[in-house]
Design a protein around this ligand. Sequence first.
Ligand SMILES: [Zn+2]
Length: 669
Amino acid sequence: MGRRNMVGVWSRSIIALAIVVATTAPNAVAQDANPADGEGLVVDYPVFNPVQPPSGYVAALDQGTRRADGRPGADYWQQWVDYDIDVKIEPESALVTASETITIRNDTPHERPVIVLHLYQNVFAEGSPRGRSTTITGGMTLGRVAVGGVDLEELPPRRFFGQQQRGPQEPGFRVNGTLAVISLPEPLAPGGLVELDVDWSFVVAGSGGFRMGHLNNEIFQLAQWYPQVAVFDDVFGQDQSPYLGSGEFYTDYGDFTVNVTVPEGWLVVGTGMLTNPGDVLHPEAVQTLASAPALDTVVKVVSVEDREAGNATLPSADGWHTWTLEAEMVRDFAFAAGGTYVWHVTGAETGHEQGRVLIQNVFDPRMDHWAPATEYAKHAIEFFSDLILPYPYPQATAAMGPPEVSGMEYPMITFITHQAADRGLNGVVTHELSHFWMPMIVGTKEMAYPWMDEGLTTYNTSLAMADYYETPVTRPGDDRGYQMVVQMEMQEPIMGHADYAEHMFGQNVSAYSKPGMMLHTLRHMVGQEKFDAFYKDYAATWAFKHPMPWDFFAMMSETAGADLDWFWQPWFFGTATLDQAVDQVVPGSGSAEVTVSNLSSGVMPVEMTLEYADGSSETVVWPPSVWAGTRTKTATVPTSGDLTKITIDADGNYPDLDRTNNEWEAVEG
Ligand SMILES: [Zn+2]
């Protein structure tokens, strides 16, 4: 999802020019040795507050499903779920009726007596637990629920506690808020398959909904719309996180075939590729669509003229068309359908072996400020293919929608409010398309670890926007949201849960901009080249899998060649802040006595730029271990000239909140 205040931008050139902290120096005694020879990130004393992963993660390491270096183990496994769905939208009533066949392949070593389904639409039901206010639609009405072709009874409700998951119980299903628990007639054996059939309907939330909805009954954006199988993973087992509104999603991968029935003249785009264009579109439109991936210019599958002439689609005998979309290896499925949409397309080069991909933009031409979204999307897909991983899907779509969607990501499609314009529109398009990588390709547990998609996306977006506009990126610590939550004492840990924070503003900053800037700090500390290689490696290693934070930490520490627990603890698990100050400088012959204070709770290396009378300068780095047991450190720093000035963090690579105490200048005469 997009944060509401605009993302800052970061200068790539500043990073390129910065002197990178050495990470290869051997461990040195930091306490009394001269620290100014760049031990970098290595701390030579025991980390007394190490990161302790939860027991499920430790067990996964023991069982070989994950490795201590942060990679999937030889025995890594994941559940696989395919969906075949028929869905019809009746625009006037906003009624959606649908049926699905879900095929679960139990690629886990566990016998499964229970399957949990997400019924996200029940977040809009009266009485459902929620963490945010919303319009009430009545939620999801379930019709038939069957397993292996045999109908299941709805069982009387129980409170949703662990008891449901233990011991045998009668076959059937129970609904509790946004979850349904299905007790299978027979447990699903490892390696086995089970088919579920579900029929359902709901009314689409209009104003006051969120992440999906409709605009004047003319444009529908459907997500969280089908009963979806909850993840069963190697770390936490059966996920049964309710959808409460703030936290997002955690889903397994699979293939989808979705038949969307909408009135004649309506256009449909979504996750996946349209596989029956000839059934719904005029032959010229079919041809334009097919030719678009090869192009760098924008062409129109359906133009304003087509729309005005009533030629947006082929005519239909019964007034309805069914659009078939197919997607492989995706973790969710969303689509947009519009009776006022026009459809612009182009192509993008990704470097992926599948070749160039289709870029799509659907919008209401009465709001033609949206037209540039096609080019923004193209830039984003090409930039992120280079930064992270070649885009592996056949198409990428930006779809204009109601204000309620704000900016919301799904595989291959993003819903974005019609209110976004100009640079703001580019910012949202870029942010949401970055989510095609995190969490759509790198499938993290979003509600529990929102930073793993929003923080990384904030970082990705800052680089992409700087690239697009050739502007500098905001420095770590310059983010106003971050400064505000610190001042208001509303910080939440980056590792905090999206649904259960005391301060939701603090939670937002800790999911988005704070981890975003921490990644810039890490990139600076370990070196841009190493960091960028790590980033690609992380994405490729965990593509279509479920990395946990401790995997990320371990891979990053391996890249840095250092135990980074000193960094993760205060900055990811805690709410530390940084304020380093130069207290005193006593210049001598060939060296200077420098005293630096750590005035706040956070630990970082001390990076000092020394300037000399002849105009030259050099950078000296003290490792984080100088702060072991002290808040004030005095050390002898070798100098190579007539010292005129010392500045801590001159390039703004660290989130130092008070920069007024970062400078020392020699007094004239
Ligand atoms: Zn987002």
